[in-house]
Design a protein around this ligand. Structure first.
Ligand SMILES: Cc1cc2nc3c(=O)[nH]c(=O)nc-3n(C[C@H](O)[C@H](O)[C@H](O)COP(=O)(O)O)c2cc1C
Length: 186
């Protein structure tokens, strides 16, 4: 009888562990941050829509020195963005820090595609925190380019994180589309 009770207890413990694991794989049990950089407002709108759709906190990656229109001129090789993007080691300063990064399990990182990849200020962001144990999910807006190798570059800058490939969205992407994309990742 005693052995039988031990067996029942073991089976129940096993089943409840499976249940806990299933719940941990669900997005609703994760603390999520949507961090974004946006020079002209397009990525900001998508980031806001995403954070509302998935109940995540929102953080703007603000440049310490904002980008002027002249800074963003990709036809000028000497503009600030051209100079930064031509130098892989460029790390433009960010104005504010995330208050407590340690509380998040998942960090979505949004940005405009600049020269087919993540802007240098995103590289600053990726090297500014300890991402150990966190999943980082890039998302982007662009004129037409895809997200390219942004995820790979970001992974190289934060080796302790698990950085997914991510996705490029058009500016008009709906909250429903963003939600089902995010839920499909977990
Ligand atoms: C310096 C610079 C470089 C860009 N490079 C690309 C590019 O390589 N491919 C592309 O499709 N769009 C490119 N764009 C367009 C932006 O990705 C696009 O307008 C984006 O949605 C802007 O987002 P934001 O309003 O959040 O800054 C570039 C824009 C700038 C300012």
């Amino acid at each position: 009888m005693k052995n039988f009770l031990y067996l029942i207890t073991a089976v129940l413990t096993f089943l409840s562990n499976i249940n806990v694991q299933a719940q941990e794989n669900n997005m609703t049990d994760k603390k999520i941050l949507v961090a974004y950089f946006s020079a002209t407002g397009t990525t900001a709108k998508v980031a806001e829509r995403l954070s509302q759709a998935i109940n995540a906190d929102l953080f703007e990656i603000k440049p310490a020195q904002p980008y002027s229109n002249a800074d963003l001129d990709w036809t000028d090789k000497k503009s600030r963005s051209s100079v930064e993007m031509a130098d892989k080691s460029s790390r433009p300063a960010i104005a504010d820090q995330v208050a407590d990064m340690s509380q998040y399990n998942v960090v979505f990182v949004g940005f405009p595609i600049w020269w087919y990849r993540e802007p240098s200020i995103i590289d600053t962001f990726m090297t500014s925190y300890d991402f150990a144990g966190k999943t980082v999910i890039p998302f982007a807006t662009s004129g037409m380019s895809g997200i390219g190798d942004s995820g790979k570059s970001m992974q190289a800058l934060a080796p302790s994180a698990k950085v997914l490939e991510g996705k490029r969205f058009s500016s008009g992407v709906s909250a429903e589309e963003l939600k089902s994309w995010a839920e499909g990742l977990f």
